[in-house]
Design a protein around this ligand. Structure first.
Ligand code: NAD
Ligand code: AHE
Ligand code: ZN
Length: 379
C-alpha cells in the first residue's frame, strides 16, 4: 500500500452534537516528514466528546476525532528516519521536534513544542493540507494531530512516540493522553513531594491517574472529589484516603476541605473536570501560604476562571498542564517500559472494550454512562 491512497473505514464527526458517522474514507500517503499508521485501537478521552459536543473553540467539522491510540507504522514519507514500517507508535498531540532552535524542546521547563501547533489547530497537516477525504472527494479535517477514529491515519513524524512491542497496544494506547496527563501533572507540573496532601476534583481516568501518581509520589493524604459516588471505589483502590460527594454538601466544597477536613487546605489540588467553578473551588482549598492548584480539565468555549486575587496574594499558585508536562517522544516510551516492568499498572483504567471502529458511538455512550473510565475500541 505504501505510496498509494488507502480506502478504509472511519468515524467522521460531521456536525456538532450529532453521532459520529461510519464512512468509507480515503487516506492519502504520507508526505515528507509524515507517517501513515494503522490504528489498532483507540481509547475515548473526554476531550473527544467535548469537541464533538461543539464546546471546543478550535473544533472543526467534518473531522476525524480521536487522540488516544495504539498504532503500527504502515509507511513513512520522505526524510522520516525515527520510525519505520512495523514499529509500534503512540500518536501524541504534543509533539517534540527536538530541533536545537526550538527553545521549548530545549527547555527542561516545558513540553509545549510549537513546531506544528498552528496547522494542528486548523485541522491540517504541517504543509497546510489534509490527508483525508470522503467518498465524494471532499476534504475532512484532522484533529489534535492524531485523528485516530479511523483505521489509518497520517501524523507528523515529530508526533510519533516509538514504543516497545512488549506492551499490547490495547494497553499502551492509554499513554496517548489521559493517564499520562494525570501522572505528569503530579510528577512534572507540580512535583508533589512525599508526605504532601492532595485533593483531586473529578475522578475519571485523568483524576484517577492523578490519584495513582500522587500515591506513587508518597502523598500522605489524597482527597478524591466527584459528584458520582461510583467513582469512589476505584479512587480508594488506587490510594485515595478520603472521598467527597460534593453534590451532597451544604457548604462549598472548598470550605469543607479547607476548614472542616483540614485547617488551612491541602498542598496540591487538581481540577480534572473542565468546570470553571470547580477550578475555583480547587484553587481556594489549596493551602494558605504555599498551596498549588493545577488545572488539567478543558473548559468549554467562552468559559473563564475567576477568584479573588487575595487567594493568590495569600500564597496560592494557580497553574495548568498539557499532556502532564511530558516531552512526548522522550517520555512516552519510558512510561510504557514502566508498565511492562510492572511498576506502573494501567489495566484498571480499561472498563469497556468494543470491536470495530464503528463501535465508537458505543464508547461515547459508555463514557456518558458514568461508570466508564476508558472505553477501548479495537479496530
Ligand atoms: P471523564 O468524563 O472521564 O471524568 C470527569 C469526571 O469529573 C467524572 O467522574 C465526573 O463525574 C466528574 N465531575 C463532573 N462534574 C464534576 C463536579 N462539578 N465536581 C466534581 N466532579 C465532577 O473525563 P476525563 O477523560 O477523565 O478528562 C477529564 C478532564 O481533563 C476533561 O475536561 C478533559 O477534557 C481534560 N483533559 C485534559 C488534558 C490536558 O492535557 N490538560 C488531557 C486529558 C484530558
Ligand atoms: N483547543 C482548545 C483547548 C483544548 C485543550 O486545552 N487541549 C489540551 C489537551 S486535552 C487532551 O485531552 C491541551 O493540551 N492543549 C494544549 C494545546 O496545545 O492544544 C481551545 O481552547 O482552543
Ligand atoms: Zn485526551
Amino acid at each position: 500500500t505504501a505510496g498509494r491512497p488507502i480506502e478504509c473505514m472511519a468515524m467522521v464527526a460531521r456536525a456538532p452534537k450529532m453521532p459520529l458517522c461510519l464512512e468509507t474514507v480515503i487516506v492519502d500517503p504520507p508526505r515528507a516528514g509524515e507517517v501513515r499508521v494503522k490504528v489498532i485501537c483507540n481509547a475515548l478521552c473526554h476531550t473527544d466528546v467535548y469537541t464533538l459536543d461543539g464546546l471546543d473553540p478550535e473544533g472543526l467539522f467534518p473531522s476525524i476525532l480521536g487522540h488516544e491510540a495504539g498504532c503500527i507504522v504502515e509507511s513513512v514519507g520522505e526524510g522520516v528516519t525515527s520510525v519505520r514500517p512495523g514499529d509500534h507508535v503512540i500518536p501524541c498531540y504534543t509533539p517534540q521536534c527536538c530541533k536545537p532552535s526550538c527553545v521549548f524542546c530545549q527547555s527542561p521547563k516545558t513540553n509545549l513544542c510549537p513546531e506544528i501547533r498552528g496547522t494542528q489547530g486548523r485541522g491540517l497537516m504541517p504543509d497546510g493540507t489534509t490527508r483525508f477525504k470522503d467518498k465524494d472527494g471532499k476534504p475532512i479535517y484532522h484533529f489534535m494531530g492524531c485523528s485516530t477514529m479511523c483505521e489509518y491515519s497520517v501524523i507528523a513524524e515529530i508526533s510519533c512516540a516509538k514504543i516497545s512491542k512488549d506492551l499490547p497496544l490495547e494497553k499502551a494506547c492509554l499513554f496517548g493522553c489521559g493517564v499520562t496527563t494525570g501522572l505528569g501533572a503530579v510528577w512534572n507540573t507540580c512535583k508533589v513531594e512525599p508526605n504532601s496532601t492532595v485533593a483531586v476534583f473529578g475522578l475519571g481516568a485523568v483524576g484517577l491517574a492523578v490519584v495513582q501518581g500522587a500515591k506513587m509520589a508518597g502523598a500522605s493524604r489524597i482527597i478524591g472529589v466527584d459528584i458520582n459516588p461510583d467513582k469512589f471505589p476505584p479512587a480508594l483502590a488506587l490510594g485515595a484516603t478520603d472521598t467527597i460527594d460534593s453534590s451532597s454538601l451544604d457548604v462549598p466544597v472548598q470550605s469543607h476541605i479547607a476548614g472542616t477536613m483540614t485547617q488551612w487546605g491541602v498542598d496540591y489540588t487538581f481540577d480534572c473536570t473542565g468546570n470553571v467553578h470547580v477550578m475555583r473551588a480547587s484553587l481556594e482549598c489549596a493551602h494558605r501560604g504555599w498551596g498549588t492548584s493545577c488545572i488539567i480539565g478543558v473548559a468549554a468555549s467562552g468559559h473563564e476562571i475567576c477568584t479573588r486575587p487575595f487567594q493568590l496574594v495569600t500564597g496560592r499558585t494557580w497553574k495548568g498542564t498539557a499532556f502532564g508536562g511530558f516531552k512526548s517522544r522522550r517520555d512516552v516510551p519510558r512510561l510504557v517500559q514502566q508498565c511492562i516492568d510492572g511498576t506502573l499498572p494501567v489495566d484498571h483504567f480499561i472498563t469497556h472494550t468494543f470491536d470495530g471502529v464503528g463501535c465508537t458511538n458505543d464508547a461515547i455512550d459508555a463514557l456518558h454512562g458514568g461508570s466508564c473510565l476508558r472505553a477501548v475500541v479495537r479496530y
